[in-house]
Write a protein of this length. Structure first.
Length: 515
């Protein structure tokens, strides 16, 4: 099919209706009397315009004459000039539109129809709702017409529709100003709740002791960015954290994976929980002991409140819709996005990729506030880290494609593993760096910044709390731990599948056998 015609996009700048326009044989929602009452009240009461200026725009009025009058009122208000019958008439005269709206008699008639501006804000909300209804009707009509047009690519039509609908929904999101007293009461309640917890955390525990101390847990409405260069373990970090939160604390978590399939993610979780190397899980070449270990420890993952969505090319509009549903229907308290640069803002036009990423990061922060839950988004770093000869530790300036990520995020963290950059003799000498992962909090809007040492166990793609003098499990230690898990069970008994039956085992002849 030919590419989408840019000239046929949804027009966002001009009014989508005129007074005589009918859609499907029906007149779009409007109320001429309310429009006249609002205009009359604006010219009667000097404080009326500030009460409605954020609710109304010229297109909010259905009648073209009313649109022009409100434009005159808006111009006077922006210039902080008095708004009354005489000044509005003069402004219309200056723009040569006085005769078009009905002349001085019509302006005088508007002011005579209302006694006061007491209900102007309520009337303005009626007009705003009717305008949004007309926009939705126009939007639906445009989608229908484009869907019937066989010359247009359906995917392009869908993306344009998603973007336009997202704009309309954003326009309707308003929050009222509140006096500070109820907010103070809410703050005291949250402090008391944190004090009553054994952990002393006010947010969701990540399962990492030192990290939780610095953040007091992941806080509601926060956008947390975790960034690193490829192969540093970003996905392993958030999967380890999600496992801790869901399995250990019962926190409902959702993972939106744009890079890996849900099967790959679950295999990673199995590798993490069961302490079995990833290559063995992929090949299925497990020893009898490892099969028993798999079947025993995997029980921890059953019924875990972890929800996975692996839709590729996820748009911010799709994420918003799915996240709302997950919070409402599944009680999700924590969302992870892997990773930010793979998302798109479909249906919207941008001058550069940087502008698109800026819009995505801003929308993620708005979503975190709307749902009142923490959202973690993984991010890539640019190559400037690799180009530095000495210090390879990431910096805020290394965030890829957009400085807006740093601006929008409440917390920006980096993962740095020093051993990744050590080779040969340097690696052999740096025993203290092996397995060390520095979790760097570089920006914290409401708390301290600093480093948290974690242990990265590459074989199991798992991050753990750092322990002094900790070492990798030896084979005997692993066997002892397994026997403790199994109790008196025979470790070499034929393993059973969940739900009954025996597992199909193909033991490898030796640990060095090729897969």
């Amino acid at each position: 099919m030919p590419p989408f015609d840019n000239n046929r996009q949804f027009n966002r700048n001009k009014p989508t209706h005129v007074a005589s326009q009918e859609v499907g044989g029906r007149v779009p929602p409007h109320d001429k009397d309310v429009e006249e009452a609002v205009l009359g009240a604006l010219m009667l009461e000097k404080d009326a315009f500030p009460a409605v200026c954020d609710l109304l725009r010229p297109e909010s009025f259905y009648e073209p004459a009313h649109q022009k009058i409100y434009e005159a009122v808006q111009a006077l208000g922006a210039a902080q000039l008095p708004i009354d019958m005489l000044t509005v008439t003069d402004q219309l005269r200056q723009t040569n539109t006085l005769d078009e709206v009905g002349g001085v008699p019509f302006i005088a008639e508007l002011t005579s129809r209302v006694a006061s501006a007491a209900n102007i804000e309520w009337h303005a909300r009626i007009l705003a709702q009717q305008y949004l209804a007309r926009e939705l009707i126009s939007f639906a009509s445009s989608v229908t017409n484009n869907a019937y047009d066989a010359s247009l690519d359906v995917d392009d039509v869908l993306q344009q529709a998603e973007g336009r609908l997202f704009e309309l929904s954003q326009r309707n999101v308003k929050k009222e100003v509140v006096q500070i007293d109820p907010v103070i009461a809410q703050a005291i309640e949250s402090i008391q709740t944190a004090a009553n917890r054994e952990t002393g955390l006010s947010g969701l525990s990540s399962g990492y002791t030192e990290l939780d101390k610095m953040t007091s847990g992941w806080q509601n409405s926060d956008l947390i960015i975790i960034a690193a260069r490829p192969a540093m373990g970003k996905t392993a970090m958030v999967l380890s954290m999600c496992k801790n939160m869901a399995v250990n604390f019962g926190t409902h978590v959702a993972i939106f994976s744009l890079e890996m399939s849900k099967l790959q993610l679950v295999n990673r979780l199995i590798q993490n929980v069961c302490e079995i190397e990833g290559e063995k899980i992929k090949s299925g070449r497990l020893s009898e002991l490892e099969w028993q270990q798999l079947m025993t420890r995997i029980k921890n993952l059953y019924s875990a409140p972890i929800f996975i969505d692996d839709s590729p090319g996820l748009s911010i509009l799709e994420l918003r819709t799915k996240a709302r549903r997950l919070v409402r229907e599944k009680g999700v308290q924590f969302i992870v996005i892997d990773y930010l640069q793979l998302m798109n803002a479909s249906g919207m036009r941008f001058g550069s990729r940087e502008q698109e990423v800026s819009m995505i990061s801003r929308s993620l922060k708005e979503l975190a506030k709307e749902l009142n839950i923490p959202i973690v988004a993984l991010s890539q770093l640019n190559r400037s880290v690799e180009s530095r000869s000495e210090d390879k530790r990431p910096q805020l300036s290394d965030l890829r494609e957009s400085g807006a990520i740093e601006q929008d995020a409440d917390i920006v963290c980096f993962i740095h593993r020093p051993e990744y950059y050590l080779h040969g003799a340097a690696y052999d000498e740096a025993v203290d760096k092996r397995g060390l992962a520095e979790f760097i909090i570089a920006k914290h809007r409401s708390g301290a910044v600093g480093d948290v040492n974690l242990r990265f166990r590459a074989k199991y793609a798992r991050f753990e709390n750092w322990k002094e003098n900790a070492s990798e499990f030896s084979q005997s230690t692993a066997a002892s731990a397994l026997n403790a898990d199994l109790g008196d069970a025979d470790p070499f008994a034929t393993p059973t599948k969940p739900g009954g039956g025996t597992a199909d085992i193909t033991p490898s002849p030796s640990e060095d056998a090729p897969f």
